[in-house]
Ligand binder design. Sequence first.
Ligand SMILES: [Zn+2]
Length: 416
Amino acid sequence: MKTLEKYSMGIGDRFGHQGKAQLQAMVQARSEGIEIVPVWNKSFREHSIIGTQPADVRTEADAAVKSLGWKGGYYVDADHINLKNVETFIEYSDFFTLDVAEEIGHPAEAEAIQAFVKFCDNYIRTLEIPGIDKPFDITRETITAAARKYLFAVQKAGEIYRHLVSAKGEGNFITEVSMDETDAPQTPVEMFLILAAIAREGIPAQTVAPKFTGRFNKGVDYVGDTARFEREFNEDLAVIAFAVKEFGLPANLKLSVHSGSDKFSIYGPIRKALARFGAGLHLKTAGTTWLEELIGLAEAGGEGLKIAKEVYARALEKMDALCAPYATVIDIDPAKLPSAEQVRAWDGSTFAAALRHDQSCGNYNAHFRQLLHVGYKVAADMGARFTDALKADEEEIAKHVAANILQRHLRPVFGR
Ligand SMILES: [Zn+2]
C-alpha cells in the first residue's frame, strides 16, 4: 500500500513555475534533519480559475524531482475533489482529498443511522480516551446526532473512494477525507464518530482534515482563541490515536491542516502537540507561494514591479467577484486597502513590505495581502505576459519562494 510519510507538506503552485524552488526548501530542511515529503496539491477550483489541467501538476512535480535528484517520496494531490470533478485527476494523481463538506447535515437514511448507532453501541458510556483528561459522556443521542450530521457525508466519501479503487486499484493512492470547508468545527467526540464511520465505510484514510476552531483565513495568521485551538488540537490527536486502535484504521492516519500556510501563532502549539503524541502531520498550503511570486516580481523591479502593481489595481476593481469563491476564508476591510493610485507610487521594496507576511513590520498590510491572495485570476488573465515575467525574474522569485517555505513554515512546524 502507498503509505504517506509521517510529516508531509502540501504545496500549491498556481502557475506551476515554482516546483523546483519549493522542493529546494525541502532539500534544505532534510539537510537540517527535518524528514518532510512534498505533496503538490491543486484543487478543481484553482485549475478552473487559472485554466490549468491536472496533468500539468504531475509534469511539474516530476520535473522538479528529477532536476534536484530528490530521492524521497512525493505526491500529487487531487485537492478537494468529488464524484463530479474527479475524472481528469485520476490518471495524474496519487493522493486524493475527498471533499464531502457539502454533504454535512444531509441526513443519511434512517436504517443506515440505526445501523451506525448499533455499530457504536460499545461506546455508549463514559468514554476515557488516553491523553484527554476529562472523560466524555457518550449517549445514544450523541451518536444519533453525529450520524445525522456526518454519516451521509462519509457514505459519499465511500462512493468516491470506491470509484478511485475501480480506476486505480486498491493501495495505489493516498486517501484524505476533508470536512474543513464548512461553518461549524467538529468536536473531538464528533471526530471520533466520524472516524468510526470512515472505518466502517472501508475507507483507508491516511489523513483527515477537520474544521478547527477559529478562522483559517487565506495567507494570513490564525484568528481565534489559540489556547482553545491548542486544547482541541491535542484532543484530536488523542482521538486519532485511539480510533486507529479501536477501528483498525491505517496506523499512519494523521491530521491535515488546510489553509495551513502562514498560521504562525499556532505553529508553536502544533509542534508541541505533535511531539507529545509522536504524531504526524500534513500541512496543506497553496497560495502562499503565489504571494512570494508577487514579492519577487516587485523586488525585481522594472516590468515585474509594473505587473505586481497592475495585479493589485485590477484586483481592487474586481474585488467582489474575486472574493466570492473565498468568502468563508478571507476577512478584508476595504477601508484598510491602499488605493491603486497610492500603490502606483510605491517602489519595489515598499510593495514587498506591505505584502510580505512579517507582522513585526509596520508596513505589513493583512488586507492588501488577502486581496492579492485571491487576486491570482487577474494574473492568470494576463496570460503569457505574466508567465514570461515569472521566467525573466525566476532567480529573484525562487529565493523568496524557498525562504518562505523553509523559514516561515518547515522550521517552525516540523523543526527540532
Ligand atoms: Zn481545504
